[in-house]
Design a protein around this ligand. Sequence first.
Ligand code: GRF
Length: 292
Amino acid sequence: MLNSLQKKWKVNGAQFVLILCTFAVTGTLTAFISRSITSWLGFDEFTPLFWKVLVRLSVLVFGYQVIILIVSFIFGQFRFFWNYEKKILKRMGFINKTKEVVKPYRLAIFASGKGSNAEKIIQYFDKEPLIQVKLIVCNKAGAGVLDIAKAWNIETLLIEKNAFIESNQYVKHLENEGITHIILAGFLWKIPQTLIKAYPNKILNIHPALLPNFGGKGMYGEKVHQSVIAAGDKESGITIHLVDEHYDHGKTIFQVKTEITSVDTPDTLAEKIHILEHEHYPKVIEEWLGAE
Ligand code: GRF
């Protein structure tokens, strides 16, 4: 039951626990406040039942909604509960249902390799009207990801290094296309400041190792897995993180590990990592967007 609730709310495990804590603390706090108010008002056994019920109900129905927002803020879950409150206010008729227009997320995927991650993401959101993959940005003519874009009928943009680093022509292009978020999936160039400024905390990257280890300039593809094996590590994994001005550096939002056995080679490790990436990247993107 808890699992299906977590799926319904589209939150990760840690968030789910914090949400349950918010409910529990709010319930206890509301009951306490309600008792304190009635005792402050001097209610006793001679107070008419009507007044008792009225005051208690007011605290429970209206006070609860305010308290839950305060508690959720403390637990870092304000956004989730604010959305939840909006739904309640809508049901109660305080918010006009027709006024809120839900705008879809429009993603640009930056990729320059085979594009297997890009394809999984495209597939995952194919029937999802609120999350749309609108553009594939690529810096390599002939890259596999361009064929994938073609097969899925997604617009592509082939970019050139100097213009990417030194001008904001591509930023303008993305903005004109109404791109709301950027997903890096096998894109090797450093993201310039202009793009980070235009999309603050809205660019996500996937790295095929457990950052902060085995990341940074030049750490990509096979080199990562070769280094992990050469270091004799017993586990590797994937890291999904926000992008800042340094290579493989922004805030980590998801990691998952896989075991490295004595028979593993860089190639078999690469396969294991790809399986993890394909399974998790689309879901993490969905949760990340949902948590905004
Ligand atoms: C992935 O391993 C990803 O972690 C890294 O680049 C690779 C892209 O692979 N950033 P593919 O092109 O999606 O198959």
